[in-house]
Design a protein around this ligand. Sequence first.
Ligand code: PHB
Length: 395
Amino acid sequence: MTTTLRTRVAIVGAGPAGLLLSHLLDEAGIDSIVVDLRTRGEIESTIRAGILEQGTVELLDRLGKHSRARTVGHRHDGIELRFQGEGHRIDFPSLTGRSAWLYPQHEVLKDLIAARVAAEQDLRFGITVTAIDDTDPLRPLVIATDADGDELVIEADVVVGADGSRSVVRPTVTGSSQGGYFREYPFAWFGILCEAPPSSEELIYSNSPDGFALISQRSATVQRMYFQCDPELDPDSLSEEQIWVEMQKRVPGTTLLEGPIFQRDVLRFRSFVAHAMRKGRVAIIGDAAHTVPPTGAKGMNLAVADVALLHEALRALLLEGDERLIDSFEERALQRIWKAQHFSWWMTTMLHVTDDASDFDRRRQLGELRSVVESTAGQTYLAEAYTGWPLPSAE
Ligand code: PHB
């Protein structure tokens, strides 16, 4: 049995980008259908990064009472860069007039889903998209199978792939499933969630001779921390005691408050930018179009910035028949994407230690860190990028 549905914008992926896009389109009276392979429960419990740029929080304010970023999340006015056992605070408001928010991605997703459900959005879980058919360039089709194995066809004016790094929409846009600029790093993060009080009020990004560590938080009783590890490391191969020894070694100068570890994972580091973000009436955004290593906390924020641009382009296209913004969408999105790629690469290489680093490399790296923390210009660059460059406007 085949069900055929008709909508203006078919959105593949109910992650932050897809859901926010459907919300902003709805504000403009443009209907959309959002489908996702996963269940609502899986989406709401996926543990991802936790930092929102100020502009991301401001866009989420448009969810009204559904956004809890400012009430449950915490404003962070700075981070600490630590090296040679000493901490150096980067104060965001005095450098940029902006802040960042610690509010985990799965909480953002709960808010977005609640807002879309309240608005009676057509939002379907458990849908496997098998192909995008763009034979008719003005009427692209999403071909999918629902949870019962029945075929679902969505006819739309525009198809948006917001379906993550393993995007099924990407090949339609780029011509191949890889189709992009790519860089892999020789290290990964060992991430934990533990039950403990915070070891620090703000995030600590720590460079040490033993490698990098990030001390982050989730709440008064749950903490998120990471240490640099080999990408091949099996997360279950270390005992809790070994994990704490590794973590603590990398944060000289702070005694970490330890507690039971209830989640552990190894996050690989990749930088990727697709060769194209749009082909005709099919576009890709968020992780489907680009991924960054987590060091600069740009991933979700970059997805939101894509949405900020794309929803305005779609309004112009679908409400006024004006193609100018959709024609320049990719070029404008890529400007921010490559800035964020640079920032994420820079934070990563400045803070991590590689096995093949020479004494020269190690001393140069400390010189680089010192150039940042001892200069207002250096600190300001970091603070501007971290709290987020102004979101693109339509002009
Ligand atoms: C996190 O809390 O998960 C987190 C925070 C900052 C980062 C990366 C991850 O740069």
